[in-house]
Design a protein around this ligand. Structure first.
Ligand SMILES: Cc1ncc(C[n+]2csc(CCOP(=O)(O)OP(=O)(O)O)c2C)c(N)n1
Ligand SMILES: [Mg+2]
Length: 271
């Protein structure tokens, strides 16, 4: 949310295999998103993209991506298109800690920095790639330091603090729009659930999850708004309840939607 709040119409987002939050934050419709996740005809990609390949070009959401690290060069390509057409748009490119080990990350940052492309690389460092903890998949603690190799700014941010994320994104976006090129923003965060629904996540050290749950970004931001007198407890509760109700309504609506017809299976796909 801290990232997408900075973006404007005409800006783009590339996402990951964990992209539903990015999608909603950039303005995607929850009903059409749920229909796509359930493989329905009325979903954003007519049910052919599914959970990991949702796209909504009308909101600048170029696509989630089931291939780890694949969104990074796509973001650089979209930024090149913006630069070549003289538009002042920016691309926000999300990826994970493990994705930053992929060749695509390094190749894309190399060209994006060389050509001063208007892109902000946002690493969601949630400490794990599937079951593999960060200190077992890379020899660094701060992924933002990889920016040094490409001569661009790299910033570590507390990913549980939505305003800190917003500020870092605002700085990076200003730089990108001003023609000074990309930045790398590393958001330190955590994955509450296992890698997927069936993963009991036994690889976590005891107490780790509980400690991160104390730092729930939604809870912390709500408390901050209350402490500063911007909303009261009742309003905070209402916001959370209405968001949950909206998602339940989207889920129920999507479950009633028609399945795609078999004879349309080869439409809109590369064959
Ligand atoms: C190219 C490629 N290699 C491996 C996988 C299998 N895979 C799916 S998610 C994942 C871990 C990704 O970790 P990270 O980038 O940290 O993202 P997170 O899941 O933590 O959000 C892997 C290895 C894949 N989808 N694509
Ligand atoms: Mg990760």
């Amino acid at each position: 949310m801290g990232v997408c709040e900075v973006l404007k119409d005409g800006d783009f987002v590339t996402s990951t295999h964990r992209g539903h939050g990015h999608f909603l934050a950039k303005g995607g419709d929850p009903k059409l998103m749920m229909a796509e996740i359930m493989g329905r005809e009325t979903g954003y990609c007519k049910g052919k993209g599914g959970s990991m390949h949702i796209a909504d070009i009308s909101h600048g959401i170029i696509g989630a991506n089931g291939i780890v690290g694949a969104g990074i060069p796509i973001a650089a390509g979209a930024a090149l298109q913006l630069q070549m057409s003289g538009k002042d748009g920016v691309v926000a490119c999300f990826f994970g800690d493990a994705a930053s080990n992929q060749g695509t990350f390094h190749e894309a940052l190399n060209l994006a920095s060389l050509w001063k492309l208007p892109v902000v690389f946002i690493c969601e460092n949630n400490l794990y790639g599937i079951s593999v903890r960060q200190d077992r998949h890379q020899n660094i603690t701060n992924i933002a330091n990889r920016a040094i190799a490409y001569g661009i700014p790299g910033e570590v941010v507390d990913g549980t603090n939505v305003l800190a994320v917003y500020d870092a994104m605002a700085r990076a976006t200003k730089r990108a729009r001003g023609g000074d090129g990309p930045s790398l923003v590393e958001c330190k965060c955590y994955r509450w659930l296992g890698h997927h629904a069936g993963d009991p996540a036994h690889y976590r050290p005891a107490g780790e999850l509980e400690a991160w749950k104390e730092r729930c970004p939604v809870k912390l931001f709500g408390e901050r708004l209350i402490d500063n007198g911007i909303i009261d407890e009742q309003q905070s509760k209402q916001v959370l309840e209405s968001a949950a109700a909206e998602m339940l309504e989207a889920q129920a609506w999507a479950a009633q939607q028609p399945w795609p017809l078999p004879e349309k299976a080869l439409e809109d796909v590369y064959v």
